[in-house]
Design a protein around this ligand. Structure first.
Ligand code: 2GW
Ligand code: MN
Length: 296
């Protein structure tokens, strides 16, 4: 276990982090058993992080899927808010994956920021739309992203940035604590419990949310390729994990520990009431429009 007094500094090996300070907080877990920081507001100096990443020429790609009706429902608000809050100090390339490229809104982008559209096919089952993101991300990393960006973040589209989501979130392999489970006992985590699925797990570290994950392009390529493989093995065995790609991602992250963990500030739900440990929100779940969007 990682025991730190409030205000004590976390020690990190990674070259960029070694020159940056992260201070522990007294009211939340700021470090995992394996020594990865858990990033909460108040632990870091945002400007210092941005300067150090600029000095290192860090660049970031963001992937987001907007297939079918999700494009009109969510994409514009997602992108406009990302322009205001996502990695504002660094070069960013958005990769929008869609089956309707002509409907991608024309957003005015800031300097150093660009957007590429990748055409994907539309799977008829929504579970497949969600799961097949893994394959499409891995392919895009291999064919394009690896040449332009050191880091990648992969997002659900049904969310909006409302505060800084900055370079403090960058790391070799980055996972997000699910807002509903971070304070709950492990017995309530919704891991896949079917031994016939490759996503099956009895115990784990945390319950991670698949709405946000990232890391170096090398690690995200391995993460998405491995999840795609285990998803396809399940298909051959005619099983589907409880929470689809999220179950497979949780299994992967149990076997390959993330080097950096994001607090639920980085993907919060307004349906959760007041919580004293949440000093800021950075990304919010958009309202679900199940009635109109999930008719299949
Ligand atoms: C998804 C569900 C039902 C009907 C449509 C879709 C759908 C999803 C779609 O029509 N078009 C589309 O582009 N998507 C993409 O898949 C979009 O980027 C969306 O954010 C993502 C995941 O679907 P979502 O956001 O409706 O699912 P959540 O918020 O319940 O997501 C969690 O669980 C999923 C697996 O069931 C994923 O792991 C996701 O990453 C989790 O946040
Ligand atoms: Mn979502």
């Amino acid at each position: 276990r990682c025991h730190l007094a409030p205000g004590e500094k976390l020690k990190l090996g990674n070259s960029i982090d070694a020159s940056l300070d992260l201070w522990s907080r007294g009211d939340v877990q700021t470090c995992t058993d394996w020594g990865a920081p858990v990033i909460w507001d108040g632990m870091f100096d945002p400007d210092h992080y941005d300067q150090e990443h600029r000095r290192n020429h860090s660049s970031v790609s963001l992937t987001v899927f907007a297939v079918g009706r999700y494009l009109d429902a969510y994409l514009e608000a997602f992108l406009l808010s990302a322009e205001r809050h996502f990695m504002v100090a660094l070069p960013v390339t958005y990769y929008v994956f869609t089956d309707v490229p002509e409907r991608v809104p024309n957003i005015h982008l800031g300097p150093g920021r660009s957007l590429k559209v990748v055409r994907v096919q539309r799977h008829s089952r929504w579970q497949d739309i969600s799961m097949m993101r893994m394959r499409a991300i891995a392919d895009a990393i291999e064919s394009q992203i690896r040449r332009y960006s050191r880091y990648i973040f992969c997002f659900d589209v049904d969310q909006v940035f409302v505060g800084r989501f900055g370079s403090e979130a960058l790391g070799d392999s980055v996972a997000l604590l699910h807002a509903y489970y971070y304070h709950r006992p492990q017995s309530l985590y919704t891991y896949d419990r079917n031994p016939r699925s490759r996503a099956y797990m009895e115990t784990g570290d945390f319950y991670y949310h698949a709405a946000v994950f990232g890391g170096s392009w090398q690690n995200v390529k391995n993460m998405t390729e491995t999840c795609y493989q285990t998803i396809m093995e399940d298909k051959e065995n005619q099983v589907e994990a409880l929470w689809h790609d999220e179950s497979h991602l949780n299994k992967y992250l149990w076997l390959h520990k993330p080097s950096r963990v994001l607090s639920p500030e980085y993907c919060w739900s307004s349906d959760i009431g007041y919580r004293g440990d949440m000093h800021v929100t950075r990304l919010l779940w958009a309202k679900k429009k199940y009635d109109t969007l999930r008719i299949t």
